[in-house]
Design a protein around this ligand. Structure first.
Ligand code: HEC
Ligand code: HEC
Ligand code: HEC
Ligand code: HEC
Length: 183
């Protein structure tokens, strides 16, 4: 606890000077609280961020922020609503703040055939049009900023994903049912 409060004071004092100095402290504090994660993917930015853009904390990162690094106080929460508590996920080495098994790679399971969606490439890929513009997908009638495989996004997806793929004129953007829905 001593270490954590010292880090917190450090972040408090110097956080505004440098992003680079401020942010690894959160990760350091997290690993200090849960030493068993040090050699796993949880020892990385994606435990709390998605994607790695300023201000975009995932549901676990938001809880960490709200509780000011008091990791214990959020252990019994299920930040990503996947039915497993944060501490159960940390012990199992899965992301407590996202239902995705790999950061920014979503698989929407459904009877028609699972649809995979590479969020990272859709945000940052040269050929993917949006180039960092979140509003194209997360605008008013768009998707929530919360990957939730237990709720169907069919109605939005068949408009937003499909329309962009058609309009793009890019043959690599799937337009046939079986190109998105893979059995
Ligand atoms: C244990 C959780 C956790 C981990 C791991 C983590 N961060 Fe953060 N990060 C936070 C929180 C919480 C904030 C929000 C700070 C605020 O708004 O007060 C933040 C803020 C930031 C910011 C915004 C800077 C600022 O001062 O507002 C950047 C950029 C950032 N993190 C990058 C990273 C990078 C890069 C990594 C991996 C090397 C990382 N973070 C790992 C929790 C984490
Ligand atoms: C091409 C479409 C698209 C673009 C562009 C896009 N997103 Fe998303 N994003 C999605 C979809 C789809 C989901 C999942 C929604 C669901 O399951 O209901 C999602 C989920 C998320 C999540 C939740 C992650 C998780 O693991 O739970 C965050 C955070 C997010 N987006 C942030 C952003 C930010 C920030 C940007 C811009 C830098 C952005 N998105 C751009 C389509 C997009
Ligand atoms: C651009 C990609 C894309 C294309 C093309 C596409 N779909 Fe979908 N479809 C989706 C996504 C994403 C979902 C939402 C999946 C989820 O939420 O689990 C979905 C959901 C569905 C569902 C609901 C499944 C369920 O019960 O949850 C059906 C049925 C469906 N699509 C049929 C079709 C048919 C038929 C076609 C072709 C005429 C088609 N889709 C083409 C992406 C696509
Ligand atoms: C803003 C435009 C845009 C939106 C919205 C969009 N896509 Fe795409 N998508 C593209 C483009 C462009 C490509 C082809 C990129 C290339 O040249 O490789 C692509 C490629 C893909 C591919 C094949 C390559 C890969 O990344 O695996 C899949 C699958 C896919 N999109 C699924 C989706 C789903 C599902 C959604 C909605 C949740 C969606 N896309 C929304 C523009 C978009």
């Amino acid at each position: 606890m001593k270490n954590i409060s010292r880090i917190f004071v450090f972040v408090f004092l110097f956080g505004s000077y440098s992003i680079l100095q401020a942010t690894p402290s959160y990760q350091t504090a997290f690993v200090a609280a849960y030493p068993t994660v040090s050699a796993t993917k949880l020892n990385g930015c994606a435990t709390c961020h998605m994607p790695i853009v300023k201000d975009f904390l995932n549901s676990y990162g938001l809880a960490v922020k709200e509780k000011k690094l008091d990791f214990k106080s959020i252990e019994e929460l299920d930040s990503d609503a996947d039915g497993k508590s944060n501490i159960a996920e940390i012990n199992a080495g899965t992301l407590p703040g996202s239902q995705a098994s790999e950061p920014e790679h979503f698989v929407f399971t459904n009877p028609k055939g699972n649809v995979s969606f590479n969020h990272e490439m859709h945000v940052a890929g040269e050929a993917y049009i949006s180039k960092g513009r979140c509003d194209l997908c997360h605008g008013e009638a768009g998707f929530t900023k919360f990957f939730n495989d237990t709720e169907s996004i069919k109605d939005k997806a068949h408009v937003l994903c499909w329309k962009c793929h058609k309009d793009s004129g890019n043959p690599k953007a799937p337009q046939k049912c079986g190109d998105c829905h893979v059995k």
